[in-house]
Design a binder for this molecule. Structure first.
Ligand SMILES: Nc1ncnc2c1ncn2[C@@H]1O[C@H](COP(=O)(O)OP(=O)(O)O)[C@@H](O)[C@H]1O
Ligand SMILES: [Mg+2]
Length: 256
């Protein structure tokens, strides 16, 4: 059975897409079968992984909406960086378009049909808690919440947890929170340290923990992305490669 991992935080620019990219690349390097699914209308993950087809997750959702016989596997593209279901800017209209009964289950139903094909499915999410994120939360085994060490990044976490609570109640009782991941960390600032301590408390209140590994601020990440490379292939000795490596090992232990 594939492990489905969703990276979510409705705040933008907190390292969701970068974290998805690195989780998937880590497992691929281990020889595992990985599927990336991009649910963000900004299509950053699709871009990083070189997904180009016009048959995106949006077309899949529209087909489900129209009750068409449709299979998620027809939307998978194979790139040098792995198997990807790309996103589309039109996904921004999902909340006003997808109004039918059962809409929160579209992705879950599609993923269930892929049974046996993948070891890991990694889902990137948009900076909002609408129907697209609900689809991810319904379809996933658990979530990773990346956050930066600033107070505004922490602000949204309470709201995210409320959404997780509703999803557990209505559409995915087994939804797990694997943990909070501190990204773009700079240990030299007192603010970072203070927020890290505070985050550990927040995580505890949520019934989860902060990952021991913190992802340090590291320019190699941006360089790797410019070169359309994974951080491991670009510079496996960089701080970011070491940090993501140790984070995914921690995550692996929490996947159960
Ligand atoms: N550890 C890091 N060090 C330096 N830059 C980073 C790091 N993680 C992410 N970034 C950069 O921060 C920006 C936002 O990251 P991204 O993954 O796109 O966030 P999100 O998907 O949450 O919007 C990107 O430009 C990315 O290259
Ligand atoms: Mg993103």
């Amino acid at each position: 059975m594939a492990k489905v991992i969703t990276v979510i935080n409705q705040k933008g620019g907190v390292g969701k897409s970068t974290t998805c990219e690195s989780i998937g690349a880590f497992f691929r390097d281990q020889g595992k079968k990985v599927l990336f699914i991009d649910l963000d209308p900004q299509c950053n993950l699709s871009y990083l992984l070189g997904a180009q087809s016009d048959e995106t997750i949006w077309e899949y959702f529209c087909a489900k909406k129209n009750n068409a016989e449709v299979s998620l596997k027809n939307f998978i593209q194979t790139t040098d960086r792995g198997d990807v279901i790309g996103s589309s800017q039109f996904l921004a209209h999902a909340d006003s378009s997808l109004l039918e009964m059962g809409r929160e289950y579209y992705l879950k139903e599609g993923i269930e049909e892929l049974e046996g094909t993948y070891d890991y499915i990694v889902i990137d999410t948009p900076p909002s808690l609408g129907i697209v994120s609900i689809n991810a939360l319904t379809a996933t085994n658990g979530i990773v919440i990346p956050t930066q060490a600033d107070i505004l990044s922490l602000q949204g976490i309470g709201q995210l947890i409320q959404t997780v609570t509703s999803v557990r109640k209505y559409s995915n009782p087994g939804l797990q929170i694997y943990g909070l991941l501190l990204v773009r960390y700079n240990a030299r600032t007192n603010i970072s340290k203070g927020v890290a301590d505070y985050l550990a408390t927040v995580a505890n209140d949520m019934g989860t923990t902060l990952f021991d590994t913190k992802i340090r601020e590291c320019t190699a990440i941006k360089e790797a992305q410019i070169n359309k490379n994974s951080i491991y292939d670009y510079d496996k000795k960089s701080n970011a490669a070491k940090d993501y490596n140790s984070f995914v090992r921690e995550l692996e232990a929490r996947l159960g």
